[in-house]
Design a protein around this ligand. Structure first.
Ligand code: ZN
Ligand code: ZN
Length: 105
């Protein structure tokens, strides 16, 4: 998927197609392996948590051209990932708490 395609998905509200795409699925597995399946934020804080999501350090919506850049990706646990996306947390709290377990952002 190109940056332009990703932008289009964002603007049409169908970004889950990016996350469901095989290229992303394979890459996110690779990143978790690279990070030893460990949350990198917890690690920096001297703690250990299992990685559950792969996060775009430069946000996908702002930098879709970095979507597949390994340096722009890091493995996070769900609670650290939520800290990185406070605005989404608010939204999801209201309607779909189970969403938090999926790799959607
Ligand atoms: Zn963490
Ligand atoms: Zn993220």
């Amino acid at each position: 998927m190109t940056g332009a395609e990703i932008r289009l998905l964002i603007s049409t509200g169908s970004i889950e197609r990016f996350y469901n795409d095989r290229k992303w699925r394979n890459l996110s597995k690779k990143i978790k392996r690279r990070d030893n399946n460990e949350c990198q934020m917890c690690k920096r804080r001297g703690r250990y948590s299992k990685a559950q999501n792969v996060h775009h350090i430069k946000e996908l919506k702002d930098y879709p051209e970095f979507a597949y850049e390994e340096e722009n990706l890091e493995s996070l646990c769900i609670s650290c990932h939520n800290e990185e996306h406070p605005e989404k947390l608010e939204k999801f709290k209201k309607k779909e708490p189970k969403f938090m377990n999926e790799e959607r952002w």
